[in-house]
Design a protein around this ligand. Structure first.
Ligand code: 5PN
Ligand code: ZN
Ligand code: ZN
Length: 268
């Protein structure tokens, strides 16, 4: 029985204004924040949660977010640091389909894909204020066709190999690896709870709380479909962390991220 291990794949960084990171609270000014994906090595399989941003997409559509991404911070590059290739990943799960979480999906045509059952439809037909968030449609032929963005699709992406299994509610991906439904930031947003054999669980908030301060102040990002649900999801994340004595890890918190293990260092 192999022990569960979690690797964080450093995906580079982006910039937002402080009033977008901390909605209606700020302070304003440029905030550079990390983007990363989560690789779970488990006896039942190898699971990748999220795939970061695509540098060319951000430069084309959101250059004001000033992307920084080295070759080793691309998905193939970050997996390469571990001696892995995209084909070695059997299951890809997207917490949601904002561009900074699905930009590398195109490298996984072979993988089984899982997301909340409402997220693909939302990417196909977003609210007007969600268009920029759901702007990288390379993860899905269905979404790219629905949005007139088929030029984003990588050769080899087909309707078949970019189809998702839609799930809802809390979902056990494997023993001790659980998706926690945390809607609000997006319609079908998921956080992730991972239990280990020999250490405390880790609760990845993903975008339910960009930073530690976000959760402490119940201040969500300015991007959301339902801000009241977003506050409820933050309260749930806090309670689950307490109940499970879990270490909290935040999606876009540079100060905390600098102390996280990345590359060949792992949790487990
Ligand atoms: C990093 C970032 N930038 C813009 C948006 C957006 O419009 O919805 C989500 C989002 C982001 O996560
Ligand atoms: Zn998001
Ligand atoms: Zn994000």
């Amino acid at each position: 029985m192999t022990d569960t291990k979690v690797y964080l794949l450093d995906g580079g960084s982006l910039v937002l204004d402080g009033f977008h990171v901390f909605w209606n609270r700020g302070p304003g000014g440029e905030v550079r924040f990390p983007v990363y994906s989560i690789l779970v090595e488990h006896a039942e399989g190898r699971f990748l949660i999220d795939t970061g941003f695509d540098y060319d997409h951000v430069m084309k559509v959101l250059p004001f977010e000033k992307p920084i991404q080295s070759k080793e911070q691309t998905i193939p590059g970050a997996l390469g640091l571990l001696g892995l290739e995209p084909k070695d990943v059997g299951v890809v799960i997207n917490s949601h389909f904002h561009f900074d979480h699905c930009g590398g999906n195109k490298y996984f045509p072979h993988a089984k894909k899982i997301c909340h059952k409402s997220e693909v439809a939302q990417a196909c037909n977003p609210q007007p204020f969600e268009h920029l968030g759901y702007s990288d449609l390379s993860f899905s032929v269905e979404a790219a066709e629905a949005r007139g963005a088929t030029s984003q699709l990588l050769a080899g992406t087909t309707r078949q190999n970019s189809t998702f299994e839609g799930v809802e509610g809390n979902v056990d991906l494997a023993k001790g690896v659980k998706l926690i439904a945390t809607p609000g930031h997006s319609i079908g947003h998921y956080s992730l709870l991972v239990e280990f054999q020999t250490r405390r669980p880790i609760l990845f908030t993903i975008d339910a709380a960009y930073t530690q301060k976000s959760l402490e102040t119940l201040c969500q990002a300015a991007f959301h479909i339902d801000p009241v649900a977003g506050v409820e999801s933050m309260r749930l994340v806090k309670k689950l962390a307490e109940d499970h004595d879990a270490e909290l890890m935040f999606s876009h918190d540079m100060e905390n991220f600098l102390a996280y293990r990345t590359g060949t260092q792992f949790y487990g």
